[in-house]
Design a binder for this molecule. Structure first.
Ligand SMILES: CC(C)(COP(=O)(O)OP(=O)(O)OC[C@H]1O[C@@H](n2cnc3c(N)ncnc32)[C@H](O)[C@@H]1OP(=O)(O)O)[C@@H](O)C(=O)NCCC(=O)NCCS
Length: 421
């Protein structure tokens, strides 16, 4: 009886724990879904779900699981006026766990968001609508670098402007603090910068739009660039962060921004070359496209020179005329050579493949050298004879895979160039 009683109690306890766990699981929310972002032009946009977009990442604020605990139906609204980015911040939910009933505390969602959203936001919709009206007075910061148009199926021809700003522009510091909150949601390893340092340059993209017969400006995206010093009298601008806000992505603004920034630095004699900090795959693709566009007219990259290989002339011309370093110029050469190669001709295709693999093989060769050094330290009986072969085989497979990925990316760039021609 005693044993049966204990088992019964344990079972009862386990069932309770299980029920409790199930109940609490209902109070977990995916923060990438719960966070609702919006760029508001008209008061009607506030209630229009069609203009809402969500983060790609929220792990920097809510941890690796990207989950907030303690709420059912959680909605974290961060709505921004389209130009000045005046902010409406609200946290909504249908129910919340309580310490008294559920013996657990909900996450401090509001506190976590307050850590990244600068002061000056409102939690009241009417106040936000008043701030929205003030967007009519909002003008882009800094100096105008470039204007371009994009054809939109619904709206027709839309005009965009790229401006260069710095921290001395009145009101820019506060605007930048609001703008950079978006980085947390769309760049995996984003961090905020110390904008006070006067070596930062800011490049901003704006769309001109019409509201009640007036021209207003909406924020589209931006880029931050840090001017590093190069001995003795040069600078090396390094792109730090680039973001085109999601409603505007895939429309060509990223390419326009990067090209305008590149052209701007090319015009400055003190600039050595232009680099990027820890570039993402998407950024590299965009940069390849822009650099090929800029280099394709240079004599050293002419079609009849490409099959002779990557030359010193190419390195010099890309560096002198466009401030492109050797590594980037090499990729440009490979893309242009692919475009000029008849890949249905087996011999030509083989030559091209070997040329690209020669570059890709660099890191593998280093690996092999390290392996050889390790072997010297091992006793003969410790050497597994087929190990070397296995490594070479694996390395060949890896190399082939890398080559296929590279060529696939190059082909997309060539298609994009053709569609823009
Ligand atoms: C990476 C990023 C800056 C690119 O900006 P973007 O404005 O979307 O770039 P573009 O529109 O010029 O090009 C993106 C794609 O849209 C395509 N595109 C451009 N205009 C297009 C058009 N009119 N119709 C169809 N497709 C178009 C391009 O071909 C390109 O395709 P690909 O990715 O297959 O090469 C942007 O997506 C972004 O901010 N992402 C999040 C943050 C990030 O990753 N930043 C970079 C590292 S810091």
């Amino acid at each position: 009886f005693f044993v049966c009683g204990v088992i019964e109690k344990v079972l009862f306890y386990l069932t309770r724990v299980n029920t409790m766990e199930k109940k609490l699981a209902e109070y977990k929310c995916d923060t990438n879904e719960a966070i609702c972002l919006k760029l508001v032009r008209f008061p009607e946009d506030i209630e229009d779900d069609g203009t809402t977009f969500h983060p790609e990442y929220s792990h920097q604020i809510f941890g690796d699981d990207e989950v907030a605990f303690g709420y059912k139906g959680l909605q974290i609204q961060l709505f921004y006026s389209a130009g000045n980015l005046s902010t409406l911040f609200k946290v909504k939910y249908s129910s919340k766990v309580t310490e008294t009933f559920d013996c657990v505390e909900p996450d401090d969602v509001e506190g976590k968001i307050r850590e990244i959203v600068p002061a000056g936001f409102t939690c009241n919709t009417d106040d936000f609508i008043s701030l929205l009206e003030k967007d009519a007075n909002f003008k882009p910061f800094g100096t105008l670098l470039h204007t371009y148009t994009v054809h939109n199926e619904e709206a027709g021809e839309l005009t965009y402007q790229i401006h260069k700003a710095d921290i001395t522009c009145p009101g820019f510091q506060e605007y930048h603090e609001r703008l950079q909150t978006f980085l947390m949601w769309f760049i995996e390893t984003a961090s905020f910068i110390d904008a006070d340092d006067d070596r930062w340059d800011f490049f901003l993209v704006f769309e001109k739009y019409n509201k009640d017969g007036e021209t207003l400006y909406a924020t589209v995206g931006y880029m931050t660039v840090y001017n590093y010093y190069v001995y003795p009298d040069k600078t090396r601008p390094r792109v730090s962060q680039m973001l085109i806000l999601p409603p505007f992505q895939g429309e060509g603004h990223g390419a326009q921004l990067l090209e305008a920034v590149h052209r701007f630095y090319c015009s400055l004699p003190k600039v050595q070359d232009i680099t990027a900090e820890d570039p993402s795959e998407n950024y590299v693709k965009l940069r390849d496209y822009v650099l090929v566009k800029l280099c394709q007219g240079l004599p050293s990259f002419a079609a009849d020179k490409l099959h002779l290989g990557f030359s010193a002339d190419m390195i010099k011309e890309a560096q002198d005329k466009l401030k492109i370093n050797k590594k980037h110029a090499r990729r440009v050469y490979e893309i242009l050579r692919l475009r000029a190669t008849d890949m249905s001709d087996e011999e030509k295709a083989r030559e091209y493949r070997l040329e690209v693999k020669k570059r890709l093989f660099g890191p593998y060769r280093k690996n092999q050298r390290e392996l050889a050094k390790m072997r010297k330290c091992l006793r003969p009986e410790e050497l597994v004879s087929h190990m070397g072969q296995m490594d070479t085989q694996t390395q060949h497979e890896e190399l082939e895979k890398s080559y296929q990925v590279v060529v696939e990316d190059y082909r997309r760039i060539i298609e994009r160039l053709a569609s823009q021609a």
